[in-house]
Design a protein around this ligand. Structure first.
Ligand code: BV8
Ligand code: ZN
Length: 252
């Protein structure tokens, strides 16, 4: 099969010292997790911005919890796919690697990625809004409706970043540092419309990184990348990693 990327990209990746991968919902699509702005998924009738925010939650916590309980159950049944596994292998092949994800599905960690920065939280975690006590999905999904804290009775929410909320400072700081210092930056499966996360790829490019986008469709970022690898992450990433292994084998 012809390689879906140019020799120049392979050369840059082969010489890269600090590689950063930045992922969105698209890398989990082949695992069966509906994307946000795609046409799939039974929740496509709601825009994420209408449900993933504090106002919606305070106005109708039952509906927001019904949405999250559904997503928690979907994510509990899925497995990481070839795209997630390729990034685990890439982390082993390069001198320095960081994986910045907007996804809350925990699939990168489940695949075995080590250096993972979760910008928008993790759907497997929940906390009490009154006392901060953390609760597992088993606890919160045991009863239908809005879960309440077993210690203080406060209302419990998923540990994800809603629209209008700040990103976790530590994860954000580390992600900016990784973007600023990388010499090769892969933007994978993201529509690049949610800020401030979407500012990271261009920050990397402006600092001199080779910016490569992996997506079946063009995005608002596509015109600004060094190379657009059009296709599915589950196909392109394993091919890219195999080619890199070939270079490594040729050198050793
Ligand atoms: C903040 C967690 C600051 C919850 C999420 C106006 C202009 C600019 C910005 C704003 C604005 N108004 C408001 C804002 C800020 C806002 C924002 O950016 N809004 C956008 C919508 C305009 N951002 C925020 O509110 C952020 N906080 O700015 O705070 C602040 C706060 C207080 C005081 C001062 C300042 C918080 C944003 C975080 C929101 N939380 N998720 C949950 O999941 O329930 S965001 C949500 O969107 C997910 O995290 C998701 O990851 C993220 C981005 O979506 P994508 O991952 O890109 O997914 P999408 O479906 O869009 O695209 C999938 C892509 O995959 C597609 O391109 C598709 O082609 C591709 N694909 C499909 N199949 C495959 C594939 N690719 C590869 N392989 C395949 N097989
Ligand atoms: Zn509590």
């Amino acid at each position: 099969m012809t390689q879906p990327f140019s020799p120049a990209v392979l050369e840059r990746l082969g010489n890269a010292q600090r590689v950063t991968a930045f992922t969105g919902a698209g890398i989990s699509a082949e695992s069966g997790v509906p994307t946000f702005r795609g046409t799939d998924g039974i929740w496509s009738k709601f825009r994420p911005e209408e449900l993933a925010n504090m106002n919606a939650f305070m106005r109708n916590p039952e509906l927001v919890w019904e949405w999250y309980a559904h997503r928690k159950r979907v994510i509990a049944e899925v497995q990481p796919n070839a795209g997630h596994h390729a990034l685990v292998r890439l982390e082993q092949l390069v001198p320095q690697f960081a994986l910045i994800t907007q996804n809350i599905d925990n699939l990168h960690r489940r695949a075995g990625s080590v250096t993972v920065y979760e910008l928008h939280g993790n759907i497997e975690r929940n906390y009490c809004m009154a006392c901060g006590r953390t609760m597992s999905n088993e606890e919160v999904l045991a009863t239908p409706g809005v879960p309440h804290c077993s210690s203080c009775g406060g209302m419990v929410r998923p540990d994800v970043v809603w629209f209008g909320e700040m990103l976790p400072e530590d994860e954000w700081e580390k992600s900016v540092r990784a973007a600023e210092s990388s010499d090769f930056f892969l933007s994978i499966g993201t529509s690049a419309v949610v800020y401030p996360a979407a500012s990271l790829p261009l920050l990397a490019r402006d600092q001199g990184a080779c910016l490569v986008e992996v997506n079946p469709e063009r995005t608002p970022m596509t015109d600004n990348v060094d190379e657009f690898l059009q296709g599915q992450a589950g196909t392109i990433l394993p091919a890219l990693v195999r080619a890199l292994e070939g270079i490594r084998a040729g050198r050793d």
